[in-house]
Design a protein around this ligand. Structure first.
Ligand SMILES: [Zn+2]
Length: 110
């Protein structure tokens, strides 16, 4: 049996015992409430981990601005910046929001 099947069996036995008055309901509901609080805590910690996408996972890579121009534009204040060195794959933040990415590919020189 898997772990959740054991848990379900224990909960069902606990509900049965509490329904017939053998044990108080608190003995069944308190561990379930603790498990729910633990699950919410673990899920909120996992959301912090997902927020780490802005942290680079390797050394910064220079961008060749002659072949491709990558600019970021802030929708809040209108600031625009040119990317010279890429540190992380996600766009930077400005005014509390992600900046919009715009790529311009250089025209072939004749
Ligand atoms: Zn801004």
């Amino acid at each position: 049996m898997k772990r959740w099947q054991w848990l379900l069996a224990v909960v069902l036995v606990g509900f049965g015992l509490a329904a017939f008055g053998v044990i108080p309901w608190a003995y069944v509901l308190a561990p379930l409430l603790g498990l729910a609080i633990y699950s919410v805590g673990i899920a909120s910690l996992a959301s912090f981990r997902r927020g780490m996408a802005a942290v680079p996972d390797g050394p910064p890579a220079p961008v060749d601005v002659r072949a491709e121009r990558v600019t970021y534009w802030c929708g809040g204040c209108g600031a625009e910046l040119l990317l010279l060195v890429r540190g992380a794959p996600v766009p930077p933040r400005h005014c509390g929001e992600r900046m919009a990415e715009r790529r311009e590919v250089a025209r072939e020189s004749r």
